[in-house]
Design a protein around this ligand. Structure first.
Ligand SMILES: Nc1ncnc2c1ncn2[C@@H]1O[C@H](COP(=O)(O)OP(=O)(O)O)[C@@H](O)[C@H]1O
Ligand SMILES: [Mg+2]
Length: 333
């Protein structure tokens, strides 16, 4: 069995575009990634790089004017992009679950949290009684770190704090026992203390439920904390793939290096309120991609070639790939 046969999820050369009045916007431009069983994989990049479009594409939830225009998404060897809608709905409610940044938009405001989680449980397990389903919901809330879970069943979403709502969302996702959880900026709306708790929960879920997780974040720190492997995304493309340790030890792509530099350091002695290093410039307009490397206009290490030719994703080291001319033909500069 080859490596890819053992992967839970394998995305190959995925392309998703938004067909706007101004033209075709390539939000995901040939992205490939894989997720092994029990793995926590990070996808990181600034806002607008195509992370959500990638997540929505995996679940085939891209809304108009967006459309998947090419590539392959396979879950345990089963191609999802050609699945009939009905079967795809089963995948969404079953094998793959998704958690978003703002749980308020995915929770029903007029139903109690307990009712909503119980409904998810009953959808997953036919013949489950209402009381049993509520019992399960309380157990799952507990597993998601909610104190006094039984009491919380009767709460409406707006009665919960942001952190509790996110835990309720996670409980609702997990009650269907998904094999893959896709979490898109799950902690972005939360303060750092609650963020750390939710990230800790993600790791527990992996060991407790054996679920694989794709964790999407604009924050490299969040990814560092939680993930085994990381994909760095820029302007719709994967620009670096690495295990998390090597990525932090020695980032290869200048974009990764710049993201890393913009992280606050634990040993930072600068006075509070000091501005962190930020990457000059902004993500290019995806409707008017620059020729050559999309990061070149912001890159400290750009050479003339970068403005002309788009680099391919090349293996730089064992398990590490990078889309940068500096590493072409195994060279390093
Ligand atoms: N509904 C839409 N219509 C047009 N363009 C969109 C739409 N949704 C997202 N985009 C564009 O797709 C690109 C990727 O967006 P997104 O996937 O949301 O990025 P991220 O999640 O990394 O912040 C951006 O250029 C964004 O403006
Ligand atoms: Mg997003």
């Amino acid at each position: 069995m080859s490596d890819t046969d053992m992967d839970l999820l394998s995305v190959r050369d995925l392309r998703t575009s938004y067909f706007t009045r101004r033209g075709e916007l390539k939000a995901v431009d040939g992205a490939s990634l894989r997720v092994g069983r029990g793995e926590i994989v990070g996808v990181v990049g600034e806002s607008g790089c195509g992370k959500s479009a990638l997540a929505l594409s995996i679940l085939r939830l891209v809304a108009r004017p967006g459309r998947i225009v090419g590539g392959s998404v396979s879950l345990e060897g089963r191609e999802l992009l050609s699945l009939p809608d009905r079967e795809m709905r089963e995948v969404r409610g079953g094998s793959i679950a998704m958690v978003f940044q703002e749980p308020m938009t995915s929770l029903n405001p007029v139903k109690t949290v307990g009712w909503q989680i119980a409904e998810a449980a009953r959808a997953h397990e036919k013949g489950l009684g209402k009381r049993q389903a509520l019992q399960r919901s309380a157990e799952m809330l507990k597993a998601a770190g909610v104190a006094e879970a039984e009491r919380r069943l009767a709460s409406y979403p707006h009665q919960l704090s942001g952190g509790l709502r996110q835990r309720a969302m996670i409980a609702m996702a997990l009650i269907r026992r998904p094999r893959l959880l896709i979490a898109d900026e799950p902690t972005t709306a939360l303060d750092v203390t609650v963020e750390a708790q939710i990230l800790g929960l993600m790791k527990d879920l992996r060991s407790e439920f054996g679920a694989s997780i794709v964790l999407i974040s604009h924050n490299l720190g969040v990814v560092a904390e939680t993930c085994d492997r990381v994909y760095v995304m820029y302007a719709g493309e994967i620009v670096e793939e690495s295990d998390v340790f090597s990525l932090f030890e020695r980032p290869l792509h200048p974009y990764t290096a710049a993201l890393l530099k913009s992280l606050p350091r634990p040993d930072d002695r600068s006075p509070p309120g000091t501005r962190l290093h930020t990457i000059e410039g902004s993500v290019p307009d995806l409707l008017a991609r620059p020729a050559g490397c999309a990061f070149a206009p912001r890159c400290e290490k750009a050479v003339p070639e970068c403005a002309v030719a788009a680099p391919g994703l090349a293996q730089a080291e064992e398990g590490r790939r990078v889309r940068c001319h500096l590493y072409a033909q195994g060279g390093s500069r």
